[in-house]
Structure formats: structure tokens, C-alpha cells
Design a binder for this molecule. Structure first.
Ligand SMILES: *[C@@H]1O[C@H](CO)[C@@H](O)[C@H](O)[C@H]1NC(C)=O
Ligand SMILES: *[C@@H]1O[C@H](CO)[C@@H](O)[C@H](O)[C@H]1NC(C)=O
Ligand SMILES: *[C@@H]1O[C@H](CO)[C@@H](O)[C@H](O)[C@H]1NC(C)=O
Ligand SMILES: [Cu+2]
Length: 608
């Protein structure tokens, strides 16, 4: 009896260690020009405005070396530090305090969690993905100026065995009951063995000018906050995209991400229903819809059943612009089959199109409603066409302050302060924030460092929610929503669309010390100050790593080493080309063989 016990105990002890890996990746960030002459930022030589995908397993450690080669000396003189400095934010990754590692240090927000990476310098983002993470769909992007629209962005996927098992159980259920109805309940314990094919669908709006040029327009004294959306891309491609689906694929797993600057996108796969199982890295109870609406910054995993006899399926993609949509047709096609006709209809008539957040429908698989908040904060945001002397252009204000006022000259994590103090949250307490849109447009709001529960979202013209005003339409709706949550769990995610002249109430536990942005994710709006900085926990946080390195073969920019932050020692700046992670299965099998041997020996010598 003892040997199997030994075996099990040892297995439990050692297995997790054997399966986590350190993944080393490198991003070379450089300036480039498209065929049409548009200035772009390229990652590792790619010029399609979407960089390489980073993929890790929950529990893995990522060491990501970022080489900022956007500008040489001449470019720096021409474009300035604003364009030539850089940073990388891991959008949606909640890097908590596991093992004393401070997530805030890797959030990639210049002046808040780190110094900007100056031209011709390198920086390591080293962090561990919590083992407890369910896994899901994320992306990374520059948080400096408006660089991501010009290409400094990529998909970031986190795998986990829990996620894999869950999806296969949903598929077993879909197989049994089909795709009618909306909610699939009572998932079987055993998953399906059906063949699943993953398809990444990263959508974005597109402009003929580069983002830096657009920024110059919108920041001019007469500049409004919104350039006209001129086109759309899918996985960086402006054309129709054809995904080849293998002969034996019966389910397609779409990893849908809006990596755009402004427009909400919609997706429909003609004649097929979309089974939503993830909202922003949170696994959800399977919910079937016909058309998916994706705000800037949001992510979904969607399962689609594709009969083996289906030769092709038409993806209808609408990218929101001021009046209607930029419409594209993409394809899922079996090998050797042709694509069909482009969609000629109006995306506004797609079945089940609902631009409101489905915060009652997309229910997390785990968790429960957070208890009543200890602290409630209302934020009113509006566009102020003549914002103070300093900016000489219209800016967004939140409760009268604009985001740049929160951002200090130094790094907030090290104790520097801007003109405004960050909004202090009570440590380890449940917080509710009402985000109130005083203007008439929809804005996608994103929170760093947390996922939040969506307690209430108003309808257009409900007006703002102020927790002390008890007679407003917004308060009536909020109270009705509160009542309805008894025993239920609200949608949980990190990004939501807030309707114009209305509000949203989010609830979260302030258990992640650091400074976190809460901001509108429209690139131009962020530049125009639409956001706040939240301070959480004890703000006296260990120093930011002083980690700029200048590899030997880098050109020297005079003065760069005098910032007081640059690490001139370049001895360990060489990076291995990204290694292919050793197969976890190989490790596992070898480990098991060794353990069998070990057990046999133990058994022979001690227990016979
Ligand atoms: C980044 O650039 C360096 C220097 O040119 C090169 O050695 C390295 O292979 C590049 N890395 C990637 C991932 O492209
Ligand atoms: C660029 O980065 C350097 C080094 O972090 C910093 O001193 C400088 O203020 C940054 N400039 C801008 C405009 O962000
Ligand atoms: C990050 O990881 C790299 C590669 O393993 C290492 O050389 C570097 O010192 C680490 N940096 C920090 C700040 O931990
Ligand atoms: Cu963000």
C-alpha cells in the first residue's frame, strides 16, 4: 500500500515544478514604412501592424526583452521623445502579488509603473503568470503616445489545462444538444475528443494616416477628438482573410480580440451560432448568440460548430465608424474549396446584433457576487473644448481633472506625484466605481490590474449615477440591478463599452497593491486625458528595476546614459534566440519512468 502512496505524494510535489517553463522572447521594435508610404512601427521585421503572438501556459515565467530601435539620433531630433520612447503593457493580465512578485512593476505604463524605454535601449519584462490563472485571451501593446495603432501590438494567449478541459466539456454538450437556445447548462464531466481548430481573429479600425500624424491633428488647437475611420483590418490584413480549416475539424475556437484604436467591431458567421465561453480572460458559462459585438480592448473565446460536410463559412465583419460600419467578408474554408460571394447586405441588420454589454448573459463559470462595497466613487467625464492654458486644445476631463495631471515627471511607483493625487482606494476592500459619460458617445473603458464585475450599465440618456442622488433614473436602474443580482454573478472582465449620456457601475476587490490606470481605450481620447490613476494599497512600493541596457552593438545616443537610469553595463545583454520550449509531455513521461523505477526500488528494499 505504501509504494503507491509515496508515488502519489512525490508526483504531487514535483509535478508542478517540472511543468512550468521560462519562456524567453525578444521584440525588436523599429520604424518602417508601408508600401503606400505610411509610417509604421514594426515588431521583429513584420510590417502588417500586428506583431508576433506570445503564448504561455499558466505558471510559466516570461522573460521578454524589448529592444527599442524606433529612432536613431536623426529620428529623435525629428519626432521627439514622445514618439521615440516606448513601453509595453500586457492588456488584461492581472499580475498579482504571488510569491512577492509585484505585478505593478510589469504593467508597462510610463511615468506610473516604469520609466519610458529610451531610444536604442533595451528593457526586460520578467514575470510569472499565476499558476491559478484560468487561461484566456489577452494582448500586449505600447502604452506610449499612440504607438500601438502604428503596429506596436500583438496577441498574448495563456493556456491552461483547466481551460482545455472546460472547452472540451462545452463541446461535448454542444454535440449532444446542438446550437439551438441560448444557455447550455449541466455540462458533462467527460469532455469531447472532437477535433478543435484555433483561429485568431484580431480586429481593428484602420486609417490612411499614421497614428502620430492623426495625433498631431487631434492635439491641434482646432482638433476634435475623433478622426474618421477609413477602413478595418483582421490580423493586420486590410484584405479579406481566408482561414483554412482542416478536413476533420468539427469545432473552431475563435480567439476574438479588438486591438483597435476606436471602433467597436461586430462579427457574424453566417448560418452558424457563436458559443461564447470567455470574456477578457474569464471563463464563462456557454452562451449562444448570432452576432458578437467587441469593444476596443475586449476579448472573447467563441466556439463554432462546423459540420464536416460544410465546405466553407462566411464571416461578416463590421468595424464601427461614425455612420454605420466598414464591412468585410472573411472565410473559413476546407482544403481545396473555393470561397463564395462577398456579403452585400447591411451589417446593422445582422441577426441578434446588440451593441449593449450583455452583462447579465455572459456569466463567469466561477465566483460569486462580491459583497456590498466599502467605498463608492463617481467619475464624471466630459470633453472640455478649451482646457486650461497648458494643453492649448480640447481635452477630456474626469471630475474636472485631465489624465496628464495625474502623471508625474518621475515614476509614481517610486513616490513621485503629479499635479493631481491618484484616487486612493481602501486596501483589501470591495470598491464600486460609477463611470459617468457626460457626452453622447460610447466609450470603451479599460481597467489595469483587475477584472471587475459589471453591476449596472445604463441606457443612453439615463444620465450619470451619483451615489448620493437617490431620485435619478440612473439610481433607479442601479437599484433594480442590485436587487436582481441576488444569488447571481455579473459579467466579469476588464473592458466595457459605456453608452453616451449614461453610466456603468463596476465592482472589484482592491487587493492588488500598485498604481492602476482606469481609462478610455480610444487612443486619441487617452491622449486627450480620458482616464484616472487609482492608488491601491500601501503606495510605498519597492523601487522600479533600473534595467535599461545598451547592447554592445547599439549605436550610442549621447545623453541617453545620463538619464540616471540607463544601465551602461552591457556584459549580459546578449540574448539567446527564442528557444522552443521543451515538450512538457517529454518531461512528464521521463519523470514517470524514473518514478516507476524509484517505486520499484523502494518496494523491493523496504516493503517486501
Ligand atoms: C533582434 O535583432 C537582433 C540584432 O539585429 C537579432 O540578432 C535578433 O535575432 C532579432 N530578434 C528577433 C526576434 O527578430
Ligand atoms: C523618454 O524616456 C526617458 C528615459 O526614461 C525620460 O527621461 C524622458 O522623460 C522620456 N520622454 C518622454 C517625452 O516621455
Ligand atoms: C530578466 O531575465 C533576463 C533573462 O533571464 C535576465 O538576464 C535579467 O537580468 C532579468 N531582469 C530582471 C530585472 O529580473
Ligand atoms: Cu490598456
Amino acid at each position: 500500500m505504501q509504494a503507491p502512496f509515496f508515488y502519489a505524494a512525490f508526483l504531487l510535489l514535483v509535478l508542478p515544478l517540472g511543468l512550468s517553463e521560462t519562456i524567453v522572447r525578444e521584440l525588436n521594435i523599429s520604424r518602417t514604412t508601408s508600401d503606400s508610404g505610411k509610417q509604421l512601427i514594426s515588431l521583429n521585421g513584420e510590417i502588417n501592424s500586428l506583431g508576433p503572438t506570445i503564448r504561455v501556459q499558466a505558471g510559466d515565467t516570461l522573460n521578454l526583452l524589448v529592444n527599442n530601435e524606433i529612432c536613431d539620433e536623426q529620428d529623435l531630433a525629428q519626432y521627439g521623445e514622445d514618439y521615440c520612447n516606448t513601453s509595453i503593457h500586457f492588456h488584461g493580465l492581472v499580475l498579482g502579488n504571488d510569491d512577492g512578485k509585484l505585478g505593478a512593476l510589469n504593467d508597462g505604463v510610463p511615468q506610473v509603473t516604469q520609466r519610458s524605454i529610451p531610444p536604442q535601449m533595451s528593457y526586460w519584462y520578467n514575470f510569472t503568470i499565476p499558476e491559478s490563472m484560468e487561461g484566456g485571451t489577452y494582448w500586449f501593446h505600447s502604452h506610449s503616445s499612440v504607438q500601438y495603432g502604428d503596429g506596436l501590438r500583438g496577441v498574448f494567449l495563456v493556456d491552461s489545462s483547466a481551460r482545455e478541459t472546460y472547452l472540451s466539456r462545452v463541446i461535448a454538450k454542444l454535440d449532444a444538444v446542438g446550437t439551438g437556445g441560448t444557455l447550455l447548462e449541466g455540462l458533462p464531466e467527460t469532455g469531447s475528443q472532437k477535433s478543435i481548430q484555433e483561429v485568431i481573429v484580431a480586429v481593428s479600425d484602420w486609417y490612411s494616416k499614421s497614428s502620430v500624424e492623426i495625433l498631431a491633428d487631434v492635439m491641434s488647437p482646432t482638433g476634435g477628438p475623433d478622426p474618421r475611420v477609413e477602413g478595418s483590418t483582421l490580423n493586420g490584413d486590410q484584405d479579406s482573410v481566408k482561414f483554412e480549416i482542416t478536413e476533420n475539424t468539427e469545432y473552431v475556437e475563435l480567439r476574438v480580440i479588438n486591438v483597435g484604436m476606436s471602433g467597436t467591431n461586430i462579427l457574424n458567421i453566417e448560418g452558424h451560432r457563436l458559443c461564447v465561453v470567455e470574456t477578457d480572460g474569464v471563463l464563462t458559462k456557454p452562451y449562444l448568440i448570432d452576432t458578437l459585438s467587441i469593444a476596443v480592448g475586449q476579448r472573447f473565446t467563441v466556439l463554432v460548430k462546423l459540420d464536416l460536410s460544410t465546405p466553407r463559412a462566411r464571416i461578416i465583419h463590421g468595424c464601427g465608424k461614425m455612420m454605420g460600419y466598414v464591412t468585410k467578408t472573411h472565410w473559413l474554408v476546407r482544403p481545396g474549396k473555393e470561397i463564395g460571394q462577398n456579403f452585400g447586405g447591411d451589417p446593422r441588420n445582422l441577426p441578434g446584433l446588440d451593441k449593449n454589454e450583455k452583462f447579465r448573459e455572459f456569466v463567469p463559470m466561477h465566483g460569486e457576487l462580491l459583497p456590498s462595497p466599502r467605498q463608492q466613487v463617481s467619475l464624471d467625464y466630459s470633453y472640455e473644448s478649451d482646457f486650461k492654458e497648458q494643453f492649448k486644445t480640447g481635452m477630456y476631463a474626469v471630475n474636472g481633472d485631465t489624465m496628464p495631471e495625474f502623471l508625474p515627471d518621475g515614476v509614481l511607483l517610486e513616490g513621485a506625484r503629479g499635479v493631481r493625487e491618484p484616487i486612493q482606494l481602501e486596501s483589501d476592500e470591495v470598491i464600486e466605481i460609477a463611470i459617468n459619460s457626460i457626452d453622447h458617445m460610447t466609450h470603451p473603458w479599460h481597467m489595469h490590474g483587475h477584472t471587475f464585475q459589471v453591476i449596472s450599465v445604463g441606457q443612453s440618456r439615463d444620465g450619470p449615477l451619483h451615489f448620493e442622488d437617490l431620485e435619478t433614473p440612473a439610481m433607479k436602474r442601479y437599484q433594480a440591478d442590485l436587487f436582481a443580482w441576488e444569488g447571481k454573478v455579473p459579467m466579469t472582465r476588464d473592458t466595457i463599452n459605456i453608452p453616451g449620456s449614461s453610466y456603468a457601475v463596476i465592482r472589484f476587490l482592491a487587493n492588488n497593491p500598485g498604481f492602476w490606470l482606469l481609462h478610455c481605450h480610444v487612443e486619441w481620447h487617452m491622449s486627450k486625458g480620458l482616464g484616472v490613476v487609482l492608488a491601491e494599497g500601501n503606495a510605498k512600493i519597492a523601487a522600479v528595476p533600473n534595467a535599461f541596457q545598451r547592447p554592445d552593438d547599439y549605436r550610442t545616443i549621447s545623453g541617453a546614459a545620463d538619464t540616471g537610469t540607463a544601465e551602461t553595463d552591457s556584459s549580459d545583454s546578449k540574448v539567446e534566440p527564442k528557444p522552443i520550449p521543451t515538450s512538457k509531455w517529454k518531461v512528464l513521461i521521463i519523470y514517470m519512468l524514473v518514478m516507476c523505477l524509484f517505486n520499484a526500488v523502494v518496494w523491493l528494499f523496504f516493503f517486501r
